[in-house]
Design a protein. Structure first.
Length: 108
């Protein structure tokens, strides 16, 4: 007997769609604060720049280090109005792959 999720996946192909999405690890600078975290880039957007230039007022980050602190915030929304720079640290990681933040924050 097929599960509901397996049936929905077979019908819609959703799991294949999600598998093509990717994560970009970025360093976002605002006035006085630096965020290092991951941005979800859905297949419909194709590139990180598409996410940054869309109509949404916030950049949504996960697994975030704020000002180089040891603690990791699970989620931070940064207003695009206050962003000075965005630097891509790595791009194209498939969805679901955990970020190795220690190696990212040490490479400035």
């Amino acid at each position: 007997m097929a599960t509901l999720a397996a049936t929905a996946t077979a019908r819609t192909g959703f799991m294949g769609y999600a598998a093509r999405a990717k994560w970009s690890t970025v360093r976002v600078e605002t006035e006085g604060t630096v965020y290092v975290g991951r941005v979800y880039v859905p297949e419909t957007k194709k590139r990180l720049s598409d996410v940054l230039c869309d109509e949404r007022p916030f950049i949504l980050l996960t697994e975030v280090s704020v000002n180089g602190s040891e603690g990791i915030e699970s989620f931070v929304a940064v207003s695009k109005r206050f962003v000075k720079t965005v630097r891509v640290l790595s791009e194209g990681e498939p969805a679901g792959v955990p970020m190795k933040l220690a190696s990212v924050t040490s490479s400035r």
